[in-house]
Design a protein around this ligand. Structure first.
Ligand code: NAI
Ligand code: A1CAB
Length: 266
């Protein structure tokens, strides 16, 4: 696949690393205004670093956009004259809706929105996808790319904001949970390195149980909670202190913020 990533910042670089390590490219053009931050990707076979977005578009079939929302419209206008029927446009940009992209480049382009997360760098991204009417014919291409870099789910565009909170911001939320577990483990006597090791692999195990067995979390909790035991004591204390409630409220606040960011941009 001839892929270009326009805007190789935090997310774009994570996608690039995932594509390179998974051997998922024929050529990969990486663009950035200042190439200093991506010099470590220089030298990989068939990977080209450039500040020239138009050249990257001309040389590629699949164009992945990973710039900040404020820069996207200008970039689309710049590349528009160079788009052909071969191009599949994949936008990862938060809150920039398909109808707005269509207004700029036309509804006759294959347009897909993808909401991955930074775990794409290690091939473990949960990526939600949606498309315009024409793009539905190419959504399998996006699925093929992002399935090599994790797991995908096709959803209606109306759910993309919620997916941003759950999956993209979700990485930060889960990091805090893992950090808090680490802090507790240190207080319980492990050194910092061991504490993080215990926290990371236990959370990986918990998620893997659900992915492999397809169970509801409570079914797995029931297997752990001995009557009158230490697990239920800890769980109930966490719930008295509002664990589930604060997570839910935090994610709803995050969702409301995206809606406000969108209004600020209009
Ligand atoms: N960071 C994340 O976990 C996620 C971010 N997103 C979305 O992805 C987009 C990018 O986010 P980040 O990577 O965090 O931002 P970032 O600021 O780290 O990266 C954007 C990059 O675009 C480059 N850029 C700006 N103008 C350019 C131009 N004209 N040509 C080429 N490159 C240009 C900048 O130099 C920068 O390196 C945002 O729209 C964000 O909403 C979506 C899902 C997850
Ligand atoms: O925090 C943000 O607004 C962006 C969108 C999802 C991840 N980062």
């Amino acid at each position: 696949m001839k892929i270009a990533i326009i805007g190789t910042g935090n997310l774009g670089k994570s996608i690039a690393k995932g594509l390179i390590t998974n051997n998922a490219i024929t050529t990969l053009y990486l663009t950035k205004r200042n190439l200093k931050g991506i010099q470590d990707l220089d030298g990989y076979k068939n990977v080209i670093l450039t500040t020239d977005n138009i050249e990257a578009v001309k040389q590629s079939d699949i164009i992945i956009f990973a710039v900040q929302p404020a820069h996207f419209e200008n970039i689309l206008n710049d590349i528009k004259p160079h788009l052909t029927e071969k191009h599949v446009l994949i936008s990862t940009i938060t809150g920039f809706l398909i109808p707005k992209i269509e207004t700029i480049v036309g509804a006759d382009q294959f347009i897909i929105r993808a909401m991955p997360n930074t775990a794409i760098a290690v091939g473990k991204s949960m990526t939600c996808l949606c498309s315009n009417e024409k793009g539905a014919k190419r959504i399998q291409i996006a699925e093929a790319i992002f399935n090599r870099l994790g797991h995908t789910l096709a959803i209606p565009e109306s759910q993309m904001q919620a997916a941003t909170v759950v999956c993209a911001s979700g990485i930060a939320f889960w990091m805090r949970l893992i950090r808090a577990t680490t802090q507790a483990a240190i207080q319980l006597g492990f050194d910092a390195k061991e504490a993080q090791e215990l926290a990371m692999y236990t959370s990986e195990g918990a998620a893997s149980l659900l992915i492999t067995n397809g169970h509801h979390p409570e079914e797995e909790i029931d297997r752990v909670t001995t009557p009158k035991g230490c697990t239920i004591e800890g769980l109930n204390e966490m719930e008295h202190k509002g664990l589930s409630s604060s997570l839910i409220q935090g994610m709803v606040a995050s969702f409301n913020k995206i809606s406000n960011i969108k209004k600020e941009q209009i």
